[in-house]
Write a protein that binds this ligand. Sequence first.
Ligand code: NDP
Length: 310
Amino acid sequence: MSEKVNCLIIGSGPAGYTAAIYAARANMNPVLYQGIQPGGQLTTTTDVENFPGYPDGVSGPEMMVELQKQAERFGTDIRNGWVTKVDFTEKLKLWINDEHELECNSVIISTGASAKYLGLDSEKKYLESGGGVSACAVCDGFFYKNQEVVIVGGGDSACEEAHYLSKLCSKVTMLVRRDEFRASKIMQERVMKTENIEILFNTSTLEVKGDGQLVSSILTKNNITGEIKDIPAAGFFVAIGHKPNTDIFKPYIDMDSTGYIINKPGSTKTNIEGVFVSGDAADHTYRQAITAAGTGCMAALDAERYLASK
Ligand code: NDP
């Protein structure tokens, strides 16, 4: 027997929780599944300084706890669980952890995005063994206290994480593949002004080296001069962007070649009636907590109108 759900929200980042707050206040009886990383990407960030309403900033995890509480206050049914299967052929059917079947009147996809890796065998090896490769400085930086680390990437995430690491580690080397950052000016300045951060432009990673257990150095190549450098490092941090968590919806939901869900312009509607999308799962441009929250609100309003029209 499948459980009937009026409004299913998948994901627990700012998009999912905001959708839940609006849906619960509109008496839509939302059920929210938190997914593998409750709280989403913001639980792996330090200070959020650009979310309106927090003049002194707020830590990412703290903000997510507050959002969860706000969604619960209005009666959202928040559950642990992971959507493992989807069938949108006739009805909106989904399975949680392969066993619990749901039949939904409306679905809001807020599954966000996950960290990308370079794809080197050596990177994979030390990532899987927990020997020194990480995509989250806030989670793992502490393990490299007073040691040297390398971080790859030139966006806001890389700058933010390099700055965070510089407070813990003796030296941080940033590898930027082009001759300029992608990051905003303020973030660039922050890393450039930090004494123990060295920035290597035009530099690629060739190999993560170690003794088979722990990382000991990073082999790099200058893309202009061809110079090869072996940089001592106990940790290797990857901050090169994210991939949307949308694979499971691929057979049914229209998406672009990189997996971002395509919504109908000016709304959160997808190509399937009753299925809406919010947050980073559909946004490769802005990817901010505030824009995710905004589209979460839109998705709940769109779902409410859809349910009312039925
Ligand atoms: P971005 O896509 O903005 O940047 C990715 C960076 O990684 C770029 O410098 C890119 O290089 C580099 N890169 C990508 N692939 C590779 C590769 N294979 N090898 C080496 N380098 C690679 O991702 P971010 O995660 O930094 O940011 C995502 C969004 O989140 C942005 O909109 C950002 O502004 C926002 N953000 C905001 C923060 C804040 O305001 N506090 C904090 C963190 C993120 P290239 O430029 O050559 O493509």
